[in-house]
Design a binder for this molecule. Sequence first.
Ligand SMILES: [Zn+2]
Length: 315
Amino acid sequence: MTFAAVVLLGALSAPKTWAQAVTYDGCKDIRDIPVASVVNYSLGDIAAAAIAPNGAPIIYYNPRVLASTRWQTRLFFYAHECGHHALGHTLQGLRLGQEQEADCWGIETLYRANLLTDADVAMIQLDLSSFGRGDWTHLPGPMRAVNLRRCLGTTSSGSSSDETQSERAGSSGNFSNVLREVLDSTSRGFRNLRGSPDPDAGGEAWNAKVALPDAVECDVWVYRDRSLGQRYDCDMARETDSSAIDADFESVLGKLSDALPGWSASEKASTRSARRRTVFTKGDNSPEVTLEIHERSHGSRPYILVLAIDPPDNK
Ligand SMILES: [Zn+2]
């Protein structure tokens, strides 16, 4: 309850400076100990729940990452991390299901306190869907978005006629051919690969599975609001250690070089979310093919190799 009241202050008075407005007396852990918010610019995630060496509960947050999201989404991230403390997760070992529990605790708490409307929840879902996997270490965006609606028991109905999963272009053919096909469709914003409406995006987003050979899973996301962009995103590999993921990186890098003659590859500095990153482009108005290693803060296979294709106008 204290948590809701303090967050309400922050949300009403200055949503844009929410990170400063909501400080530390808002959230309490399972022992009823107030949780402190601590700025951490090197945090490779939006926010993280932690226990200080003296046993005090903490939520670290990165204002630079928070600034790029809607206030509704920042509120949700804070509530999610608070949920880890309130449910006692930070005092236990890691366990499957904790992320979903923290999601539900967070969204339910905010929703019940009337801090979020249905429209706000839809905004959060859109934000989560548009994040790359590395921006949000817990679950891929689309999976997370589905979960929020389930927490509130307000699964949108959606027209069942076009909810069949589409399995398109990539189901046959070799790596180069499929890659070419996806690259060609960037000039049309992936519209020809557009899949079914995402049942949880309120008619705002479409998703299709277009698999690259050897990829674990690939998705095409197209949004009605063009400013949200379009994206082709492949989970190429997941590994438990850094040397294995480096080997995967080299292997896919080789395939990309073979498949993209005449393109230039540049090694980019690592970012908050990417440990290694190479971007392929061809001239000025070209799509970008990005190969990145993401590292999650927990999970049995924390290293993820992601291949993403962005149309030229996403830059
Ligand atoms: Zn979490």
